[in-house]
Write a protein that binds this ligand. Structure first.
Ligand SMILES: C[S@@+](CC[C@H](N)C(=O)[O-])C[C@H]1O[C@@H](n2cnc3c(N)ncnc32)[C@H](O)[C@@H]1O
Length: 244
């Protein structure tokens, strides 16, 4: 048994990530949305993973640097980027950020919440703000936490076929705003496979507050990269911050 490390999520999920999450959001819409901000400039993706977004974004001509704490995820990225157009860094998105300036820094698909401590989340936003070009933007895509989700333990089915089931078992601490979980894959052929995750979630208002404290302001907020309007029922948000 070992204590959870930040790299554990990526290292355990890398082999199935693209199959399970490749179409979790509209890829074309996400690339078009991000390309609005790239211009000729430099782009930084936090938690770049397998390059689900970065690989097609690089194909638009963007110059991308990506950081990820999981070597297994970066191995998958490099296999999809044989020309080495994307510069990847194995490291922590809070402690090992490359120098700026960047015209676009983005963190997609709840990855901001992988920073599991509120003070480190605030530190990350400050460090991103320090690296943004004068007209640069910081784009955060995340779920909106359900205010009535009870604390405690939940087990549910993520996916099921005739010869396998993936269960999601998680523990929600409402006060700490943390969820510790396992994706438990049970197959006839392969036995049991565990894929752990841990997050500290934040509401859109809390993110706005972190941004404000780092000298950033909210410039746009949408429900998703298709630019559906954001409202109180939206399950997700895409928020664009700029220097105040
Ligand atoms: C949900 S995946 C998202 C991957 C990719 N951005 C996408 O949208 O498909 C989260 C990624 O963040 C990485 N990650 C988690 N904690 C991290 C940290 N502290 N520093 C850098 N990367 C981290 C994981 O290894 C994983 O690749």
């Amino acid at each position: 048994m070992h204590d959870y490390q930040d790299r554990d999520y990526g290292d355990a999920i890398a082999d199935v990530y693209d199959a399970w999450y490749g179409d979790i959001t509209d890829l074309d819409a996400s690339v078009d949305f991000l390309a609005r901000f790239t211009g000729e400039g430099r782009v930084l993706e936090l938690g770049i993973g397998t390059g689900r977004l970065a690989v097609p974004l690089a194909a638009t001509g963007a110059s991308i640097v990506g950081i990820d704490v999981s070597g297994a995820m970066l191995d998958r990225l490099r296999a999809k980027d044989p020309d080495g157009r994307i510069h990847s860094i194995l490291g922590d998105m809070v402690d090992d950020l490359p120098d700026g300036p960047f015209d676009l820094v983005f963190v997609a698909y709840n990855t901001f919440f992988n920073v599991r401590d509120v003070d480190r989340q605030q530190l990350l936003v400050r460090r991103v703000a320090d690296r943004l070009a004068p007209n640069g933007v910081f784009v955060v895509e995340a779920f909106v936490p359900e205010s009535d989700r009870p604390g405690g333990d939940t087990v549910g089915i993520r996916s099921m076929t005739a010869d396998s089931v993936v269960l999601r078992a998680d523990r929600h601490d409402r006060d700490a705003q943390t969820i510790d979980g396992q994706l438990v894959e049970i197959t006839e052929a392969g036995g049991v496979r565990l894929r752990p995750y841990r997050i500290r979630y934040a509401t859109p208002d809390q993110l706005d507050d972190m941004a404000r404290q780092a000298g950033l302001v909210l410039a746009e907020r949408w429900e998703n990269t298709l630019q559906h309007p954001f409202d109180t029922e939206s399950p997700t948000h895409v928020s664009v911050y700029r220097h105040a």
